[in-house]
Design a protein around this ligand. Structure first.
Ligand code: PEP
Length: 253
């Protein structure tokens, strides 16, 4: 089964509109001259999304994502932003379940499930993150933790056609420590097997599963060359146009 690669930049709390413009000024010409088929996604801070969308108008190779949204549609939820609002300003993807949202902001699997549903209801696509801590991996809980995150995060969602899963071991995010290609492949194969149990083999074969955790140009080729790794979610190395493009170049199929 061949699945297209999807390589996404997660800018986190970095890049207001001016910095984003400078990044795209350098990045877009490189992409235009690049023959690889990977889908490229830029997950920008909320306030940066409109300028990124405007700068990418007419560019069909780079999609724009938000890094979070409310599970609510509207109402008295001060400081929140809905999936419908993000659709209105041109986002196509929204990241959910990122380990920073889970650990710093206390998001539960139930909240993440509600966000996934709110996003799908708008015709947008969640990039749904899962991943274990080092303590959980070393304590033999890797499979049970991932199974719970997947089962509860996808509860009552009938189709995965518009969902991308991102496997991000928490111990590899922003630490410079990368899972070995073998660890990532074995775990992603397990994630796919859980999807086959919950849905069916056809769905499991079709769903795109990204790897995230200290991906850089130097390790992208080996990681993204694994059978069950269909792209990357990239934090630190996606802040510079050269290194984000280097990941794309080194992962070309
Ligand atoms: C992330 O933010 O999802 C991530 C994987 O970050 P980094 O690439 O910096 O580890």
């Amino acid at each position: 089964m061949s699945r297209n690669l999807i390589v996404a930049a997660n800018w986190k709390l970095n890049k207001g509109p001016a910095d984003a413009t400078a990044f795209l000024d350098a990045f877009v010409p490189k992409v235009e001259a690049f023959a690889g088929s990977a889908e490229i996604v830029i997950a920008a801070p909320f306030v940066t999304i409109p300028s990124v969308v405007a700068q990418l108008a007419g560019n069909s190779r780079i999609a724009v994502a938000a890094q979070n949204c409310s599970e609510q549609e509207s109402g008295a939820f001060t400081g929140e932003v809905s999936a419908a609002m993000l659709k209105e300003v041109g986002a196509q993807y929204i990241i959910t379940g990122h380990s920073e949202r889970r650990s710093i902001y206390g998001e539960s699997d139930a909240t993440i499930n509600a966000k996934n549903k709110a996003i799908l209801a708008q015709g947008l696509k969640p990039i749904f993150c899962i991943g274990e801590t080092l303590e959980e991996r070393e304590g033999g809980k890797l499979e049970s933790v991932l199974r719970t995150q997947i089962t509860d995060g996808l509860k009552d969602i009938d189709s995965l056609e518009n969902i991308v899963i991102a496997y991000e071991p928490v111990w590899a995010i922003g630490t410079g420590v990368t899972a070995t290609a073998e660890q990532a492949q074995d775990t992603q194969q397990f994630v796919r097997s859980v999807i086959a149990e919950l849905y069916n083999q056809e769905t499991a074969d079709a769903v795109q599963i990204q790897y995230g955790g200290s991906v850089k140009p130097g390790n992208a080729g080996e990681l993204l060359g694994q059978q069950d790794i269909d792209g990357a979610l990239v934090g630190g190395a996606a802040l510079e146009a050269d290194s984000f493009f280097g990941i794309l170049e080194n992962s070309a199929q």
